[in-house]
Design a protein. Structure first.
Lengths: 112, 120
């Protein structure tokens, strides 16, 4: 199974500042078509997870451009610019290159 | 509105069975893989399994730890996917979500979740 490791596990950010979350996989997530099968999700308190980024760097529909994803191989990053109060929740990375699909442990973001 | 709605959760004794449903509306259900993800209280997300579409022979895959206790199925005529859970254990207690996927997009629509409690 592919192991996903996120860091940090918690973040406290002042509104307007930036935040970055790292996600490392135990093997390359490169798909045969040249894309990386790595997604980012946000689970706001009391809600279902919602897709933010797919294929490592593509923003899902309706996601603000403050959110960006980057990376390749086994190292990926989610960056949030100009953090807002509504960004509070737990962020998960997920690999969907192969089954079993696996998630990172989650990174809890709070606002200072 | 595009949505998935889970149902069928509840309280069940250890060793019992439960069948969850995931009903779709607002989109062409038959064209999407359906994945199930669970989340124990206060914990992270754990992928349970997925069922593919008819052109891919409704192929299923599961997390290894289930040891054959769960089974996925779907009825495209009813826009519904099912998760049959047998020999339930206390550690199966969780909120169970279904989500749709069609490459290259990923889990872009999730249900609201249904709660399963396994307890005597």
């Amino acid at each position: 199974d592919i192991v996903m490791t996120q860091s940090p596990l918690s973040l406290s950010v002042t509104p307007g500042e930036s935040a970055s979350i790292s996600c490392k996989s135990s093997q390359s997530l490169l798909h045969g078509d040249g894309y990386y099968c790595l997604d980012w999700y946000l689970q706001k308190p009391g809600q279902s997870p919602q897709l933010l980024i797919y294929l490592a760097s593509y923003r899902a529909s309706g996601v603000p451009d403050r959110f960006s994803g980057s990376g390749s191989g086994t190292d990926f990053t989610l960056k949030i610019n100009r953090v807002e109060a509504e960004d509070v929740g737990v962020y998960f990375c997920m690999q969907v290159l192969q089954t079993p699909v696996t998630f990172g442990q989650g990174t809890r973001l709070e606002i200072k | 509105e595009v949505q998935l709605v889970e149902s069928g959760g509840g309280l069940v004794q250890p060793g019992g069975s439960l069948k969850l449903s995931c009903t779709a509306s607002g989109f062409s259900f038959s064209g999407y893989d359906i994945h199930w993800v669970r989340q124990a209280s206060g914990k992270g997300l754990e992928w349970v399994g997925r069922i593919k579409t008819k052109p891919e022979t409704y192929a299923t895959a599961y997390v290894t730890s289930l040891q054959g206790r769960f089974a996925l199925s779907r009825d495209d005529s009813k826009n519904t996917a099912y998760l049959q859970m047998n020999s339930l254990k206390t550690e199966d207690t969780a909120v169970y979500y279904c989500a749709r996927r069609r490459y290259p997009n990923s889990f872009d629509i999730w249900g609201q979740g249904t709660v399963v409690i396994v307890s005597s």
